[in-house]
Write a protein that binds this ligand. Structure first.
Ligand code: CSD
Ligand code: FE2
Length: 198
């Protein structure tokens, strides 16, 4: 088991911006105008492709994520950011897990590492939701960690995410072949920025 960092949950920054306004903006975005299509890029070799739409490098990042069929993210945190997401096309299964807290964190990982029932994810599930076109959700560390999956056999899914503030590093929680959980610090990059391939 490798613990590279200690990803304690960070409080939401909801108090320093108008949460409802951002949520409404994302909800009201008219995806039928297809403006988002100029940002979509699919790397067939990646589970999902991250495309930067806009950022001021200080307050927010807006991006378009393209999810290949039968692919998904690892379980991950959001490093103190609030994350709004909107399903633009297709469907996503979002599974949320309890974020293990403070001094219980290491104990919980150590205990969990000795369990292997083939299904174990290491973290307690809060809920599993099927998100469909138009749905908007938000999450931050206080609400838990999550993974996102496109379960469709052949169709890709597209989601739009707004992070406040921007973030470039997260922690992933993965079950390794030996049944133990590994937590890794993971740097996130973009395949395209402002519609241009990097
Ligand atoms: N937080 C992930 C996408 S998601 O699974 O919410 C990312 O920024 O890549
Ligand atoms: Fe996420």
């Amino acid at each position: 088991m490798k613990i590279q960092d200690d990803p304690h949950p960070k409080p939401s920054c909801k108090k320093v911006y108008d949460h409802d306004k951002i949520e409404l903006l994302i909800k009201n975005y008219d995806a039928s105008l297809n403006e988002w299509k100029r940002y979509q890029y699919w790397n067939p070799k990646e589970e999902y492709t991250r495309n930067l739409i806009a950022t001021d490098n200080k307050h927010f990042t807006l991006m378009l994520l393209c999810w290949n069929p039968k692919m998904g993210s690892p379980i991950h945190n959001h490093s103190g950011c609030d994350c709004f997401m909107r399903i633009i096309k297709g469907e996503i299964i979002e599974t949320r897990y309890v974020y293990p807290k403070d001094d219980k964190f290491h104990k919980k990982i150590v205990e969990a590492g000795s369990v292997d029932d083939g299904k174990w994810s290491g973290l307690d599930v809060i809920q599993e939701s099927k998100l469909v076109e138009g749905d908007v959700r938000w999450i931050n560390d206080m609400m838990g960690v999550h993974k996102m999956e496109n379960e469709h056999e052949v169709e890709g899914s597209v989601t739009m995410h707004c992070y406040i503030p921007p973030y470039a590093v997260c922690h992933t929680f993965e079950k390794k072949k030996d049944g133990k959980m590994e937590i890794e610090e993971s740097e996130m990059s973009y395949a395209t920025e402002h519609g241009n391939i990097k």
